[in-house]
Design a protein around this ligand. Structure first.
Ligand code: ADP
Ligand code: MG
Length: 684
């Protein structure tokens, strides 16, 4: 077997044009006889060789091929018979015709002997040149014809061999080429790359595009090659001018590179990166662009995410530091409270001071909490919850936060949407978003909260919460910075710039994602995407303080003689969402009660100057408005008054905001009082 890479070397073809010659051997010991023969044959144009003995003849016959042998029968030494016998015995010469030349033996017996020795003819001496010439010509013609046939058949064989060789060579080359092509194809197909060639002038008609284009765009290559402007027709309108400019420039610069959005078959834009070179047209052919297209969509969004994450990481470190300083500051504030408590000062003043310091400290603590949430170092206590339920329960507070000018609409998915997050943090995030929305809609509008599901990442997908407003929206500069801590466009004292930082930090720490959609004049939508969970929803372990703080929107008449306490209580009540009217004494309060002003509840201090106590005020108020709900409060209540005031609920001073809030709710949520008093009065 030939080796694998064996190749048949090409052979030179037999030369059909070379003149064919017949060589004749004249064997005669007599010089004159030999000469006479040569003389007679010379005009035939053949090569004549003379041998002077049988031995010499045999020697010549070993070296050369002869068409005919003219052999003298009578020679000294080896005679013609012997020589003929030897010639016949040799393979090379066994078929070479021998013509005997004889002068002596003319009898039949000798002639018979000559033929049996292998002669084909006998010519008698003296030679008749005409006869010799005619006889010799018969044999040389035959010889030349045979030679010609041999040569032709050798040529035919050569042609056949050559054809077979070339065919084998071609087959081998084709096989190798096919293998190379298959290999290249496989490589090209596996790359997220498209090769293309196109006209260098708009609309850059596609001449060729590799199969990979279907994987990226969803369209088969034919769509591109059959419709000249198909490629450009689906470029994003905002990117088209740039593409035309860049690619056209290749006719001057020789190359181009451009990135653009392209509308794929699935209706989504993908970001394509296209770069290529201008190939000069060969021999009058038009010039062509050869290029490569890459799908840069994933790379782009990864780059963006990375940049955003890096930025946030840096700011996160910064805020971690700020939080540390803040805690130091709080230590100082709290230390001062102790000092205040040990110093001799008027009681009321000291208490107000302590209150103020505590409020500051609490505000500081909240701020730190937000910062920590942002820098993702906050201890979260995640539970599995249904966001629909959480939002449903939390909606009243959000409604309060946004005020009456804004309509809160809930579009909650019908199925439960479970996720594993910190409930309080999620509520805080929703509240931050709601407050921002309110600020963005100073003349009112709609705040919509929509929940749903989104596919991937992960087998369970994600739960989505969309918080959308119809407010002023944001410019691009604002949009890029909103999640940065301390970034605010609001006036000093109005915004901390930490609301969205909390939202971002919380969602990141919960392994979710925040998406923002906003444009000036077109409103804003935040999408919180949280990993979905299948576990059973747990009851939130609520901070009792948060738990109790449920406000309302009812109208409250607040009566309090101490201006500072009045201001503080007013803050607390409005903070809870109530609409509050104030009075600093009973007379003022009565006036309000006598008017046609709407009042759901009277909240009054018991001990007040001016003759009328809170208790009496309450009784008078009940006379005027039998359905009025009443809540008394007092720092000190004597036994007698206590028993007297049994008919009204009482809240001891000092009270926690939570206690006030829950007491108010309890009273306000009670069904309307039966006008027991009036009914009994009428019976009297
Ligand atoms: P703050 O509300 O204290 O300013 P945030 O972090 O909550 O801080 O918000 C940062 C900034 O983002 C706001 O000052 C505002 O410019 C912008 N912003 C936030 N939410 C909205 C919204 N819904 N509509 C328009 N702009 C908003
Ligand atoms: Mg805010």
């Amino acid at each position: 077997m030939p080796p694998r890479n064996w190749r048949a070397e090409p052979k030179a073809p037999p030369n059909l044009d070379a003149p064919l010659k017949a060589r004749i051997l004249v064997v005669d010991d007599d010089e004159r006889n030999a000469f006479a023969a040569v003389e007679a044959l010379s005009e035939l144009g053949h090569e004549l060789v003379v041998a002077r003995s049988g031995e010499e003849a045999l020697k010549r016959l070993l070296a050369e091929e002869f068409a005919l042998i003219l052999l003298d029968l009578h020679m000294p030494g080896m005679d013609g018979y012997e020589t003929a016998a030897l010639i016949r015995s040799r393979k090379r010469t066994q078929h070479t015709p021998i013509v005997f030349l004889t002068a002596i033996f003319r009898d039949e017996a000798h002639i018979f002997q000559a033929y049996s020795a292998g002669a084909v003819d006998v010519v008698f001496k003296p030679i008749d040149p005409f006869i010799l010439k005619a006889k010799v010509q018969v044999f040389t013609d035959l010889y030349l014809k045979t030679k010609e046939v041999e040569r032709q058949s050798a040529y035919q064989q050569w042609l056949l061999d050559e054809h077979a060789r070339v065919k084998a060579e071609k087959a081998r080359a084709e096989k190798a080429l096919r293998r190379t092509e298959a290999r290249q194809d496989a490589i090209l197909r596996s790359l997220p790359v498209v090769f293309h060639s196109r006209r260098p002038e708009p609309p850059f008609a596609t001449l060729f595009v590799s199969d990979g284009v279907e994987q990226i765009t969803g369209f088969a290559p034919e769509r591109f090659t059959e419709q000249a402007d198909f490629g450009t027709s689906r470029i994003h309108p905002d990117d088209l001018a740039l593409v035309v400019e860049r690619v056209s420039a290749a006719t001057r610069t020789g190359h181009y590179s451009v990135e653009f959005r392209w509308l794929c078959a699935d209706g989504q834009y993908r970001i394509l990166q296209d770069q290529g070179v201008l190939a000069p047209g060969e021999e009058g052919e038009p010039r062509e662009i050869f290029g490569v297209i890459l799908d840069a969509t994933d790379r782009k969004s990864l780059e963006e995410q990375l940049a955003q994450a890096r930025k946030m990481e840096a700011v996160g470190q910064l805020t971690g530091g700020v939080a540390h300083d803040f805690n130091n500051l709080l230590t100082v504030v709290l230390g001062n409270i102790d000092m205040l408590a040990t110093r001799q000062e008027e009681e009321a003043r000291r208490m107000r001071r302590i209150d103020a310091v505590r409020q500051a400290a609490e505000r500081g603590r909240d701020l730190t909490g937000q910062l920590l949430a942002f820098s993702r170092r906050q201890q979260l206590s995640p539970i599995t919850l249904d966001v629909n339920r959480l939002i449903g329960d939390f909606a009243p507070l959000m409604r309060q936060a946004v005020g009456e000018a804004v309509t809160l609409e809930l579009e909650l998915a019908a199925e439960p949407l479970k996720t594993h997050v910190d409930a309080t943090q999620l509520e805080t995030a929703l509240l931050n978003l709601a407050v921002n929305a309110r600020d963005a809609m100073p003349d009112g509008g709609t705040l919509t909260i929509r929940t749903g599901r989104e596919a991937g990442p992960g087998p369970l997908g994600r739960v989505s919460i969309e918080v959308r407003d119809t407010g002023v929206g944001m410019s691009e500069e604002v949009r890029e910075r909103v999640f940065e801590p301390f970034f605010t466009t609001k006036d000093v004292g109005k915004g901390s710039g930490l609301g969205l930082s909390q939202v971002y930090g919380f969602v990141q720490q919960s392994e979710g994602e925040v998406r923002l959609e906003s444009a000036v004049g077109a409103g804003t939508a935040f999408h919180l995407l949280l990993p979905a969970s299948t576990a059973d929803a747990e009851a939130p372990r609520r901070d009792p303080r948060t738990d109790a703080v449920v406000g309302g929107t009812e109208k409250i008449l607040l009566v309090e003689d101490d201006a500072t306490v009045l201001a503080l209580t007013l803050d607390v009540l409005t903070g809870l969402g109530y609409q509050v009217t104030t009075a600093t004494n009973a007379a003022e309060a009565l006036q309000a009660i006598q008017s046609d002003m709407e009042i759901d509840l009277l909240f009054t201090d018991v001990i007040m100057p001016g003759g009328v106590s809170g208790l009496n005020l309450a009784r008078a108020a009940r006379e005027l408005r039998p359905n009025l709900r009443v809540l008394l409060t007092s720092g000190f209540v004597g036994e007698d008054r206590m028993s007297e005031g049994r008919e009204f609920p009482l809240l001891d001073k000092p009270y926690e905001t939570a206690a006030l809030a829950s007491t108010l709710r309890k009273l306000l949520d009670r069904p309307e009082r039966k006008s027991r008093k009036r009914a009994s009065a009428a019976a009297e």
